[in-house]
Write a protein that binds this ligand. Structure first.
Ligand code: DX5
Ligand code: ZN
Length: 225
């Protein structure tokens, strides 16, 4: 039996013409965090939004803001995202030459910090920063776009990270980002994830509460191949 996962809907899949309304709707529907994808058109081949939008949305919800930085370099912008209202700031190891320093900077800004592993990025790339990490995010799509298919070959990596986290005895969240649906969520939870990002699976559904409830129940759903 798996514990009920946190659900972090990705705003990328929301209706951009009614963002405040969309944020309030997913909060009312049972979302735990709000996932905010920051893309610069350089680190990833897409451009989304920046700290100004996060600041504008902050007053509309009490949900923790789970900010996923897909920008390079990330370091010059950490303070701006902290001040805008981020609660957790996650960076990719490839986004700059000094991952440890970026994580220290996020902590010094009083925020929780995360690291994100691209599909080709190995577990070993973060084993020496675990003392500074509150969250590990596993990309199960290539970062840059919502609505892509879940990459099943990432499941052993999720399981390896679960073992690594348990060995530390520390409270580190294990979040899955990309292609999470009612069909793929059971695999994520069976591998040891505790937090699921869901863009299309939530904002693309007619009924947000039912979509979130389905993902929260996914630990009790058998894995279908
Ligand atoms: C992709 C983003 C994801 C994306 C997820 O680069 O990091 O957070 O919004 O969208 P879905 O859930 O539709 O795959
Ligand atoms: Zn993301």
């Amino acid at each position: 039996m798996h514990p009920t996962p946190r659900i972090s809907p990705s705003l990328l899949a929301a209706d951009f013409s009614r963002l405040a309304e969309e944020v309030r709707a997913v909060e009312a529907a049972g979302a735990d965090w709000l996932h905010l994808d920051i893309m610069d058109g350089h680190f990833v081949p897409n451009i989304s939004f920046g700290p100004g939008l996060i600041k504008a949305l902050r007053q509309h919800t009490k949900m923790p803001f789970d900010v996923h930085l897909m920008i390079a370099p990330a370091e010059p912008y950490l303070e701006a995202f902290a001040q805008a209202g981020a609660d957790i700031i996650s960076v990719h190891p490839e986004a700059g030459p000094h991952l440890y320093r970026s994580l220290q900077t996020i902590r010094a800004l009083g925020k929780k910090c995360g690291v994100v592993l691209n599909p080709a990025t190995p577990v070993s790339s973060i084993e020496n920063v675990l003392d500074l990490v509150d969250l590990i995010m596993v990309m199960t799509v290539n970062p840059g776009f919502g609505g892509q298919s879940f990459i099943m070959s990432q499941l052993p990596k999720i399981a390896a990270l679960r073992r690594m986290i348990d060995a530390t005895g520390c409270d580190i969240a294990l979040e899955i980002d990309g292609g999470v649906t009612a069909a793929t969520a059971p695999h994520c939870l069976a591998a040891g994830a505790d937090t699921l990002v869901a863009g299309t699976a939530v904002f693309g559904a007619g009924d947000y509460a039912s979509a979130i409830a389905t993902l929260k129940q996914a630990g009790k759903t058998p894995c279908q191949t």
